[in-house]
Design a protein around this ligand. Structure first.
Ligand SMILES: [Zn+2]
Length: 145
């Protein structure tokens, strides 16, 4: 298998998600909102699954959500992850619309104490891997109990 030279960083110039990464670099979480039915549309694949519209406006959201599912990664499956393990990948639903589920990292947490539906909020941290540049990314951390 051949990887991009900067893999596993996200492609921040790919048009469908460029605004997402640009906002993240400024510490803001934005999601496309359908111009016709006003629903949040994620993942941004160019067409609203609710109504078929193709026009969207990038919309700031609170960054508050709930932990829908997660997995603790204890073994690096590519060399770039070796310095990160163990880490938690998660699926987080947004409070604005629980149908929006973001694939993310869950950080600053007791990984053995995570529970389903736990309130979480966005934090912005650099994705940094050995030998490649950084990209600021939204991640999530549990709310204080
Ligand atoms: Zn729509």
């Amino acid at each position: 298998m051949k990887f991009r030279s900067d893999f596993p960083l996200p492609d921040v110039v790919w048009e469908p998600t460029r605004e997402f990464w640009a906002a993240a670099a400024e510490g803001r979480l934005v999601i496309p909102r359908c111009e016709a039915c006003r629903r949040l549309a994620w993942y941004p694949d160019g067409i609203c699954r609710a109504c078929g519209e193709k026009q969207f406006a990038w919309t700031p959201v609170s960054g508050r959500g709930r932990l829908f599912s997660w997995s603790v990664v204890r073994r690096a499956f590519i060399p770039q992850f070796e310095a990160m393990v163990p880490f938690v990948t998660g699926l987080v639903t947004l409070d604005e619309d629980p149908a929006v589920r973001l694939v993310t990292l869950v950080v600053d947490c007791d990984m053995d104490a995570l529970r389903a539906d736990q309130p979480v909020h966005a934090v912005f941290r650099p994705l940094a891997f050995a030998g490649i540049e950084r990209v600021m990314a939204p991640m999530f951390t549990p709310d204080l109990e």
